[in-house]
Write a protein that binds this ligand. Structure first.
Ligand SMILES: [Zn+2]
Ligand SMILES: [Zn+2]
Ligand SMILES: [Zn+2]
Length: 190
């Protein structure tokens, strides 16, 4: 094998591609590459999610963080049934207190613990508010025939999905009316 001289090795060093500006971090749960919010997005290398939380288990991408804030069950640490966003190394769920203070997820409006859609306000409260406006009969109350639909949507386990759906541009207000017969008879919803 030909030996590479020191000068040639130095030249090769200089020609080596520069080290990427963004150090490689991976989400502790889904293992996808993530970056710190303060780091610039990579140029031309595809989308890299921002690590929105740095918990004891490691950085979390926005998707895994959202899912964590929608997970309820029994905490491995204290045995309480509540929101269990934390995860032990062995895959057991932990409440925010036993997980090392993972944040405050108690809604300031309804007092329940869960995903916060807005500052201090949980997804369920935001979804309820949006639907209350959309299904209003004009007097500040839900149209009586839509009350079961309203109740069912507001009770969904992951209100974030309902909010995302309502915010889609291709969901015009009349599309959320559940039954064609109701749509046909509802003034303003034709
Ligand atoms: Zn993730
Ligand atoms: Zn606990
Ligand atoms: Zn709430």
């Amino acid at each position: 094998m030909p030996r590479i001289g020191l000068a040639a090795a130095r030249r090769a060093d200089l020609q080596a591609p520069p080290t990427p500006a963004v150090p490689t971090l991976t989400c502790a749960r889904c293992r996808r590459p993530v970056r710190r919010a303060t780091q610039p997005a990579p140029q031309g290398g595809g989308r890299v999610l921002v690590a929105v939380r740095h918990w004891p288990e490691g950085p979390l991408c926005s998707n895994c963080f959202s899912l964590a804030c929608e997970t309820y069950g029994q905490c491995e640490g204290c045995g309480a049934h509540r929101l269990v966003p934390g995860l032990t190394a062995t895959g057991h769920r932990l409440c925010t207190d036993c997980g090392g203070g993972l944040g405050d997820y108690i809604c300031t409006r309804c007092g329940r613990e869960g995903w916060r859609q807005e500052i201090g306000i949980c997804g369920r409260c935001v979804l309820t508010e949006h639907l209350s406006v959309l299904l209003d009969d004009g007097s500040g109350t839900i149209r009586a025939e839509l009350q079961p639909f309203f109740n069912a949507v507001c009770a969904m386990g992951r209100p974030r999905s309902g909010i995302l759906w309502l915010n889609k541009p291709h969901v015009p207000p009349n599309r959320i009316m559940p039954w064609p017969s109701v749509r046909a008879g509802a003034p303003g919803w034709a």
